[in-house]
Design a protein around this ligand. Structure first.
Ligand code: FES
Ligand code: FES
Length: 160
């Protein structure tokens, strides 16, 4: 059974015709063409599919469409673009924190939510915020450094 669900995706209003029980991840990738959000486990255990829903990181593989009706969804594409990258994206490149890159969109989502609440996180704060994001390449230390580097750049930017 299909229905029309209204929501905001990366700041734009969308009407999506879909089965309300479809996972948000499938709709984002297949109907919205937003393939930066990845399928990992499909079980809310790896973080590869995280997106922001009303500012909170959520596993889109485990989030049915009916539950996001009327809400605001932000994917990694909504954080920044090649021409105007988010400070996190710049810092991840500067710290050479990406190995295969599969985990990195979900990591950016969790880190962006953290920096929104805490502009000066400690290593421990970052590790806790990224607890739900697995990285099979073991790039964790570089990722933590990148998140703190982005936080510093954002603090400096706020002063300028
Ligand atoms: S694919 Fe959603 S948490 Fe792993
Ligand atoms: S960089 Fe490969 S899974 Fe994290």
């Amino acid at each position: 059974m299909s229905d029309t669900i209204q929501l905001t995706v990366n700041g734009g209003s969308r009407s999506i015709n879909c089965d309300p029980s479809s996972p948000l991840l499938y709709v984002l990738r297949e109907q919205c063409g937003l393939t930066g959000t990845h399928f990992g486990c499909g079980l809310n255990q790896c973080g590869a599919c995280f997106v922001l829903v009303d500012g909170q990181p959520l596993a889109s593989c485990d989030t049915p469409m009916w539950s996001v009706a009327g809400k605001s969804v932000v994917t990694v594409e909504g954080l920044g673009s090649p021409g105007k990258p988010h400070p996190l994206q710049t810092a991840l490149i500067e710290e050479q924190a990406l190995q295969c890159g599969y985990c990195i969109s979900g990591i950016q989502i969790s880190a962006a939510a953290l920096l929104e609440k805490n502009p000066d996180p400690t290593d421990k704060d970052v590790r806790e915020a990224l607890d739900g994001n697995l990285c099979r390449c073991g790039a964790h230390n570089r990722i933590v450094r990148a998140v703190r580097r982005a936080a510093e750049a954002m603090r400096e930017g706020a002063k300028a």
